[in-house]
Design a protein around this ligand. Sequence first.
Ligand code: ATP
Length: 239
Amino acid sequence: MTDSTISGDIVPDNIAPDDNASNTNTPVIQALFGGTFDPIHYGHLYPVEALARLVGLKQVILLPNHVPPHRPQPEASSQQRLEMVRLAVQNNPLFTVDTRELERQTPSYTVETLKSFRQEIGEQHPLAFIIGQDSLQTIQTWHKWEELLEICHLLVCSRPGYQHQLSTPEMQQWFEKHRVDTPFLLSQKPHGYIYLAATPLLNISATDIRLRHQQGLSCDDLLPSSILQYIDAHRLYRQ
Ligand code: ATP
């Protein structure tokens, strides 16, 4: 992997778009992808690119989140995380960046952010929130998680090391009730479905990158070189 692929089409050729997803009469799904992005890495970018191809997403809005003072703080400041996100996608037309969570002084509960997007796009427009498989496994710990599917769909990217089964029979039942295997259906309803996408498995985490960088190990294959340069220039992740 090199970062020269980041501005172009980085989805492996063997991932075919859903035929119906490119139909011009199909409503475009508004897709959001939230994260701490401390720092943003290929494990965020590549699976979401692949997901976009599978589902027919035209745009993905990246939402760096506000981490409230009482929670363990990211090592990079909000401004630095935002700058890295912007740098990572500046030549990639799939992505835009929204700062509304960073601007909040209160915890950035996903459900509240989703409600603000829902208000903007109207009740009928398909809205989706993208998460990794690890987040699906802990979704019952999210603030008002039961309301999520009343506002949006959940698009889940595969992540190595996480089980397909959810943690309790009740959660598994919830998942099965909402799960769809045909991406086309996502554009046919404003909210309420979960789609577990067969995206490329990338064993990359921000925690590992911070640790490797601190230990002087190479991170060249894990994130764009522009982000590595930023990390060095701002002396991030050194202790
Ligand atoms: P950290 O290691 O600091 O916890 P992270 O690498 O998991 O960070 P986050 O910013 O917390 O990154 O993640 C944002 C979203 O991206 C989450 O929904 C997470 O599940 C997803 N994600 C992160 N890394 C991957 C990956 N390698 N594959 C698939 N999804 C991922």
